[in-house]
Every structure is written in structure tokens, then in C-alpha cells.
Write a protein that binds this ligand. Structure first.
Ligand code: CMP
Length: 142
């Protein structure tokens, strides 16, 4: 099934000069970019994005980090895009991430883990809508 998912290159990924490297890994696995922009969130915007985690002990730190510098947000489109993106990223904890994944190769910390990806169709719909309106999204096969 062709799906869309949201991907974010986090402030640590942008600072380390990994934008091209991350995009190359998506394109190599046949994920197409349907929308993309760079922005710098306020902590309030970051809290809105991560609202599902508001009760977690790491919420304050996570939202501060996510608003600490520019990020690249993009919509990836392709066959099983949600699962495919998560496979390319690797586990949240880079110590548990499989070899050859983005987090295994570049993450330094459970929080500073280079990329974010939606984990289910419902979160993908919310996260895409958080950053993009329908005029900003191109359809490759959808
Ligand atoms: P992400 O995929 O963006 O979703 C939530 C983020 O919270 C996660 O990646 C990490 O960056 C961050 N985080 C920080 N601490 C933890 C933790 N103990 N468990 C899970 N996520 C954490």
C-alpha cells in the first residue's frame, strides 16, 4: 500500500551536516519526497508536535532540544512508507538500532537521535497536518 509519513531531520542532524546523507538513504529505498521545508520551531510549537509525550519525564528536555536549531521536515511517500522509514531510521535508542541504520551510524544519545518518523497511520496524518497544508504536498503516486 502506498502511504505517506512525516520525517524530521532533527537539530543534531542538521548541525552535523547530514541532510544530504539522510535524504540519500530515503531515495535509495524508493521513498519519494512529497513536501519539504526547513524551519526553526519555538518550544511551544515543539510541545504541540510532541503532545502525545507530554506526561513523559523527557518532555521538557525533548521539546527544548527540538527547538534548539533548524530542522528539516519532509513528507515521504512510497510502498509501506511508515514502516520503511522506521527501518531506515533504526530503533529510538541508537544502542539498539540495527547496523546500517541512520541512528546506529550517527546518533549519540537517545534524545539526540538525528531523525524522527511517524509510528502509525494516525500519527502520520496528525504530523503531516501539523507542518503542511494540501497545497504544499505533491503526489507521486497518491
Ligand atoms: P522520536 O522518534 O522523535 O520520538 C520521541 C522522542 O523522544 C524520541 O525520538 C527521542 O528523541 C526522545 N526521547 C528522549 N528520551 C527518550 C526515552 N527515554 N525513550 C524514548 N524517547 C526518548
Amino acid at each position: 500500500m502506498i502511504e505517506r509519513t512525516l520525517s524530521i531531520i532533527k537539530p543534531d542532524g542538521v548541525k552535523k551536516g547530514l541532510i544530504g546523507e539522510v535524504i540519500k538513504r530515503f531515495e535509495n529505498k524508493n521513498l519519494k519526497i512529497s513536501a519539504m521545508k526547513m524551519l526553526h520551531m519555538t518550544q511551544e510549537q515543539s510541545k504541540g508536535f510532541y503532545a502525545v509525550h507530554r506526561e513523559r519525564p523527557f518532555f521538557e528536555s525533548l521539546t527544548e532540544f527540538m527547538s534548539s536549531g533548524p530542522i528539516v521536515v519532509m513528507i515521504l511517500e512510497g510502498e509501506n512508507a511508515i514502516k520503511m522509514n522506521r527501518e531506515i531510521m533504526g530503533a529510538t535508542n541508537f544502542k539498539e538500532a540495527a547496523e546500517g541504520t541512520i541512528r546506529r551510524d550517527f546518533a549519540t544519545d537517545i534524545e539526540k537521535n538525528i531523525v524522527h518518523g511517524s509510528d502509525a497511520p494516525e500519527t502520520a496524518a496528525f504530523e503531516i497536518g501539523y507542518f503542511f497544508n494540501r497545497f504544499e504536498i505533491v503526489g507521486h503516486s497518491l
